[in-house]
Design a protein around this ligand. Structure first.
Ligand SMILES: Nc1ncnc2c1ncn2[C@@H]1O[C@H](COP(=O)(O)OP(=O)(O)OP(=O)(O)O)[C@@H](O)[C@H]1O
Length: 295
């Protein structure tokens, strides 16, 4: 069965060096050829208003799916509106990272991704709540959140800007003290970063949670403990080849609920967006809360 009617949420600025007019035309031609009724909503810089307009459309028009066309920010905007609803999300990845779509094996090429939406296979995934905010992919505290913060403020886009900020910050970064309490174990000590996720890898392909399963009702607290700076390349290599869990500087706790004390008010990010730093970070799982169109 293919969808009859789609709402396409299109970010006109996402990604680097991508001809957005060409992508828009590709989507229109595809939907016309396949006789799929569709509307395109272009996002703006006013996320609150975008959310209002999209919700109103869903309530009035009852599309079979809402398709996010853009990067992680656009996926997060759409997903946050669909958590707890029966209507599925489709993804046409256009950003620099596209973390969730890569974890779900959604093709990165637009025509291939359109065929996946047409096939309309639905998977239900778990999502997280972090400090009462929704998270559909990865949240973290520490080094990566600092990079995300710098990246957000940088005028450049794309993986090159992300990589450049990583190199610039690494030498001077001071790991912070944390205490993690969960319903299945604790950690207290100094960490380079702590990620909270039920998915596997960042859009950069750094696999922070090699054994995570996105729909098992559990999430993982993935801790990269303090390590000698000279071992940084080794840690990065393990992240990229997917065996960070073999490192002596890595610890993992699988749980359904966690609270992290963050006395230094270190930066926190959720799905690529910095959030307010808090002394305590509360995380819980929402089992089977989001439907996604997958291969
Ligand atoms: N019309 C617009 N003009 C300017 N900025 C926009 C517009 N629509 C959305 N945005 C901004 O785009 C950002 C989200 O971009 P998105 O994450 O989709 O792409 P990306 O940053 O290129 O990809 P990635 O997150 O994978 O690196 C949000 O900060 C949002 O405010």
């Amino acid at each position: 069965m293919q969808p009859q009617k789609l709402l396409i949420v299109f970010n006109p600025i996402s990604g680097d060096n991508i001809d957005k007019d060409e992508i828009e035309l590709l989507i229109k031609v595809f939907c016309d050829e396949q006789r799929i009724d569709f509307s395109i909503y272009k996002t703006t810089t006013d996320q609150k208003n975008d959310q209002k307009v999209i919700l109103k459309y869903i309530e009035n028009e009852h599309p079979d799916a809402v398709v996010a066309v853009g990067g992680d920010g656009t996926v997060s905007l759409v997903a946050n509106l669909l958590i707890g609803k029966a209507i599925p999300m489709g993804i046409l990845p256009l950003g620099s990272g596209n973390g969730l779509s890569k974890d779900l094996k959604i093709p990165q090429e637009t025509t291939e991704a359109l065929h996946i939406i047409q096939n309309f296979q639905i998977q239900t995934i778990d999502t997280l709540t972090i400090n009462r905010l929704p998270c559909v992919h990865i949240g973290d505290i520490g080094f990566n959140a600092v990079i995300v913060d710098r990246f957000t403020k940088d005028e450049g886009r794309g993986l090159t800007t992300y990589a450049w900020n990583t190199v610039k910050e690494f030498t001077d970064y001071q790991p912070k003290q944390y205490k993690v309490v969960t319903d299945n174990g604790e950690f207290e000590g100094t960490a380079f970063m702590i990620a909270f996720t039920n998915a596997n890898a960042f859009g950069s392909n750094a696999t922070i949670n090699p054994t995570g399963i996105i729909n098992d009702g559990l999430f993982e607290i993935c801790i990269i403990k303090e390590f000698p700076k000279l071992e940084g390349v080794g840690i990065l290599y393990r992240l990229l080849v997917g065996d960070i869990d073999q490192s002596m500087h890595y610890e993992i706790i699988q749980c359904t609920k966690a609270s992290i004390s963050n006395p230094d008010l270190e930066l926190i990010q959720i799905d690529g967006e910095p959030i307010d730093a808090t002394e305590t970070v509360d995380i819980s799982i929402n089992p089977s809360s989001l439907h996604i169109i997958v291969p």
